[in-house]
Write a protein that binds this ligand. Structure first.
Ligand code: HEC
Ligand code: HEC
Length: 452
């Protein structure tokens, strides 16, 4: 067993555990929570029963980090975060249980769901000489595409491989279930597989645009667009959601997320100004259900956990960095752990510092451990709440010279919506449709969903 070490970054273990498993209202996976626990690993092993898909050791193949059921004997998080469910089944970091609730679209009761929270994509892990170093807010090493394929395969093998459905039914329904219950479960499985197949047939039409994401990268922005403006609009009356389909052509690495809360822009590409907007947009993107199609129910009603998103943001941001000793007081960047990775040669460190100052500092500013960073004139004057935000250096993407695909998305991808959604855009008239940029349309949807 490897030694596990979380680097000290300003959080208590309770806060960390809460961040790892708090639900933000998402049902990212297309299966109910208890189905996920009952599925077997997608492999053909005629002589033995395959292990469970939810086995943390198995899930670590996709880059997910194992996590305990609770933080320890104290479990003080239960006092701090009263409604928190913890991690009852020992799923990896970033997996969260969303309790049974009415579906915002149909109002039918839906069972417990399984969703990703921020930590699924924003927790890093480095293995070095038998130690697993874990870093909150660092890029995840996951491959979500491979994970999704495994889940799809596990579902279809449950249907086709002899014996597997019987074991699945026992786990979901209990030993003493009736034949009628099993038949009903089988019907639900068939329905889900048919839906997945149907969606795949449609999304395959844009598959040629995809750039494989692989480990440690994701095209989060295009995926949000496809989830909200295609998937969530399937079945909208008089509207063909396929107009909004696009491939995942702009994967980026998961960015680190410490310090960013005090920047004027909340995304490094200067695309989003408001953190709750980014978080709520993200929550919709990772599958928080929202009603955009059923006009008999409240439009824009969603499962987004606005309160939880707010608490997550506060935990990450911490208190005013300019109060008392200047410094970030929420999640902090990790300091180099000498005892694990070895001490840094002081003369090399000095050379590196000089190079940083010469080559990088004009854009990335002084290191946060330097007084110069805290007195930088880019810190704005205090706002009414006495908080100061840092104006980032903005440089045209052409000058930077990196792949512009991601930076252009919100401004260039076009989105068409049915006019009953009551979103301003061009082309309403009698067409019944409005058109606008992805950024504009996402902002409008998030605004309506969070102010309902
Ligand atoms: C499914 C994976 C995923 C989840 C879940 C997720 N993010 Fe992200 N996040 C990303 C990716 C990918 C990017 C980069 C997006 C881009 O630049 O296009 C990103 C960008 C960010 C950034 C911008 C960082 C910078 O330097 O610009 C912040 C901050 C952030 N996420 C915070 C959060 C928070 C807070 C949550 C939970 C409320 C969250 N993320 C949930 C994948 C995720
Ligand atoms: C002219 C401005 C500029 C200079 C100079 C510059 N950078 Fe950057 N750097 C950026 C921008 C803008 C981004 C993010 C956008 C992108 O990747 O296209 C970035 C991204 C990065 C990232 C990626 C962060 C992540 O999460 O993916 C690293 C690491 C980085 N820079 C390090 C450096 C280092 C080290 C130097 C000096 C040797 C340097 N940069 C010099 C502007 C600059």
């Amino acid at each position: 067993m490897k030694e596990v070490r979380w680097i000290e970054q300003g959080w208590s273990s309770d806060e960390r555990f809460w961040f790892h498993h708090v639900s933000q209202g998402t049902s990212t996976l297309p299966v109910p929570y208890n189905w996920f626990l009952a599925l077997e690993q997608p492999e053909l092993s005629p002589l033995s029963t395959p292990g469970l898909l939810s086995d943390p050791g198995y899930l670590s193949r996709y880059g997910f980090i194992p996590s305990p059921k609770q933080t320890g004997p104290g479990t003080a998080y239960q006092d701090t975060y009263a409604s928190f469910l913890g991690n009852p089944d020992g799923l990896p970091v970033g997996f969260s249980k969303l309790p049974a609730a009415p579906d915002p679209v149909t109002r039918a009761m839906q069972p417990d769901q399984l969703g990703f929270t921020c930590a699924a994509c924003h927790t890093g892990q480095i293995e070095y000489q038998g130690t697993s170093l874990r870093i909150d807010g660092a890029p995840a090493m996951t491959d979500l595409g491979k994970f999704r394929n495994a889940l799809g395969l596990a579902l279809s093998q449950t249907n086709t491989v002899p014996g597997r459905f019987g074991r699945f039914a026992k786990r979901v329904l209990g030993e003493g279930h009736t034949a009628a219950q099993a038949a009903q479960l089988q019907g639900q499985l068939h329905g889900l597989l048919a839906r997945i197949e149907q969606l795949k047939t449609i999304t395959d039409t844009v598959a040629h645009q995809n750039v494989e994401e692989g480990f440690a990268r994701l095209d989060a922005i295009n995926r949000i667009g496809t989830q909200v403006f295609f998937t969530d609009l399937l079945g909208a009356p008089g509207f063909d959601a396929r107009v909004n389909l696009a491939g995942n052509s702009a994967p980026v690495n998961f960015p680190h997320i410490w310090d960013t809360y005090w920047f004027t822009w909340v995304e490094y590409d200067a695309s989003i100004l408001q953190p709750m907007f980014r978080n709520a947009g993200e929550a919709l993107g990772v599958g928080a259900k929202i009603n955009l199609i059923n006009r008999a129910q409240t439009l824009y009603k969603s499962a987004i956990g606005v309160q939880e998103l707010h608490e997550i943001e506060e935990l990450l941001a911490g208190k005013n960095p300019h109060s008392s000793t200047p410094g970030f007081k929420g999640l902090r960047s990790p300091a180099w752990p000498d005892d694990i990775l070895g001490t840094i040669d002081p003369s090399r460190k000095e050379r590196g510092q000089a190079l940083y100052e010469e080559l990088c500092q004009s854009c990335h500013l002084a290191p946060v451990s330097d007084a110069a960073f805290w007195s930088d004139p880019r810190w704005r004057q205090p706002n009414a709440a006495g908080e100061r935000y840092l104006d980032l250096v903005e440089i045209p993407v052409l000058e930077i010279g990196t792949d512009p695909g991601q930076a252009r998305l919100l401004g260039e991808r076009r989105i068409t919506l049915p006019s009953y959604l009551d979103i301003p855009g061009t082309g309403a008239g009698n067409t019944g449709l409005v058109d606008g940029t992805f950024g504009q349309m996402l902002a409008a949807v998030v605004e309506k969903a969070t102010t309902l």
